[in-house]
Design a protein around this ligand. Structure first.
Ligand SMILES: Nc1ncnc2c1ncn2[C@@H]1O[C@H](COP(=O)(O)OP(=O)(O)O)[C@@H](O)[C@H]1O
Ligand SMILES: CC(=O)OP(=O)(O)O
Ligand SMILES: [Mg+2]
Length: 400
């Protein structure tokens, strides 16, 4: 069964086409549409076994982007299917599922309304995710659609870890609590990592660090999410590309009063103008920060030290919460590629049984690999995440 997987971000669409059967999956193509809504957009299409294809043109919205993807998929030269009729189902990543969705589900009017009701608390993600669903309704009417939520895996977090110490009425009225994100990735890499290290996923203490443009750390106790660094929205926790992560809330109300900023402006400041971008005024992309760091730029040095330091703090916190840790896993764009980050975070954790192997770490990019010494009490690994494969699997199981 041919399944299209869409991961619609605020300005990008990542996609994969996967042929799923009961016991196997075959990747047919993957790619990315970037810079949606900007004067010049890009499509990079990578069909398996064929030459890659690129397109540079304005892409005003997600519907246009999805049409370009479908054209690329059926193109005689670089396509991978003869006609769109071959696409039997579409699986979508949705960032915020609130308390509504402990599991993936088939899209209905009610599901769409619930995704919409969460726009306010996931403004960078949910509107784009729903637009993906609506665009497919337009261009592939009648095809079955499935939504897979970042928050589902974290629904197992106990109240002691998900409640905020705010007046209880706000939880009752608005469900203000920690939800957590990147759940699909945390669960996937923890399972793959446990297998690689010979651990029992259902009887282990694993800390997963998903470090991309957005980033979060999760404590996984006996196969279930026990705590995570993102919160009510994908803003909390780590220092990120443009998001501030953990900050004393009174600093925000203070800035708001001094600068006469509205709540919406404060939200934009924290979500889009902070993080390493805000600290350096250089870039939100860690590759640019690495370059500036190597050139000795003092603000890049401070920003990177803060970014790495915050990851280490969460590892310490979660090891304490679980009474120890058996394995630490790095994934996401930075987690899979930045040897510097992994070494900086793991150095100094010897006291808790981490014996990092810098030689194994060197040059390990986009692979699944153990990075700790053979006699390390705590295993360390980098695992390439594959949220799209999980989405395709859930989609297949729901529609078959
Ligand atoms: N070789 C590398 N070294 C350091 N950072 C990298 C490298 N390759 C990619 N990254 C970083 O990964 C981040 C993007 O990660 P990704 O998981 O794709 O993000 P998202 O899914 O949140 O958009 C960017 O900050 C990028 O700079
Ligand atoms: C939820 C979230 O932060 O996602 P991303 O890392 O893709 O921005
Ligand atoms: Mg991501």
């Amino acid at each position: 069964m041919v399944i299209l997987v869409l991961n619609c971000g605020s300005s990008s669409i990542k996609y994969q086409v996967i042929d799923m059967e009961d016991a196997s999956s075959k990747l047919l193509a993957k790619g990315i549409v970037e810079r949606i809504g900007l004067p010049e957009g890009d499509l990079t299409h990578k069909p398996v076994g064929k030459e890659p294809f690129e397109l540079h043109q304005p892409i005003p919205d997600h519907t246009t982007g999805i049409k370009l993807v479908l054209d690329a998929l059926t193109d005689p030269a670089h396509g991978v299917i003869a006609s769109l009729d071959e696409v039997k189902a579409v699986g979508h990543r949705v960032a915020h599922g609130g308390e509504f969705f402990p599991e993936s589900c088939i899209v209905t009017e009610d599901v769409k309304a619930k995704i919409r009701s969460l726009f306010e608390i996931a403004p960078l993600h949910n509107p784009a995710n729903l637009e993906g669903v609506l665009s497919i309704e337009k261009v592939l009417p009648g095809v079955k659609q499935v939504t897979v939520f970042d928050t589902s895996f974290h629904q197992s977090i106990p109240a002691v870890n998900y409640m905020y110490a705010l007046p209880h009425a706000y939880y009752e009225k608005y469900r203000v609590r920690k939800y957590g994100f990147h759940g699909t990735s945390h669960k996937y890499v923890a399972k793959v990592g446990a297998e690689l290290a010979g651990l029992d996923f259902h009887n282990s203490r694993i800390i997963t660090c998903h470090i991309g443009n957005g980033g979060s750390v999760t404590a996984i106790l006996n196969g279930k999410s026990y705590d995570t660094s993102m919160g009510f929205s994908p803003l909390d926790g780590l220092v990120m590309g443009t998001r501030c992560g953990q900050v004393d809330a009174s600093a925000i109300t203070f800035i708001g009063e001094k600068e006469g900023m509205s709540y919406a402006e404060l939200n934009t400041m924290m979500n889009k103008k902070s993080g390493v971008q805000g600290l350096t005024d250089i870039s939100s992309d860690m590759r640019d920060i690495d370059r500036a760091y190597d050139e000795g730029n003092p603000r890049a040095i401070l920003a990177r030290d803060m970014y790495y330091g915050r990851i280490k703090k969460f590892i310490g916190e979660y090891a304490a919460e679980m009474g120890g840790v058996d394995m630490i896993i790095f994934t996401g764009g930075v987690g899979e590629n930045s040897c510097e980050m992994r070494e900086a975070v793991c150095t100094g954790l010897e006291f808790m049984g981490v014996k990092f192997d810098p030689a194994a770490n060197k040059g390990a990019r986009g692979v699944n690999k153990i990075l700790s010494a053979a006699d390390s009490k705590v295993k360390v690994a980098t695992i390439a995440t594959n949220e799209e494969l999980v989405i395709a699997t859930d989609t297949y199981n729901l529609v078959k």
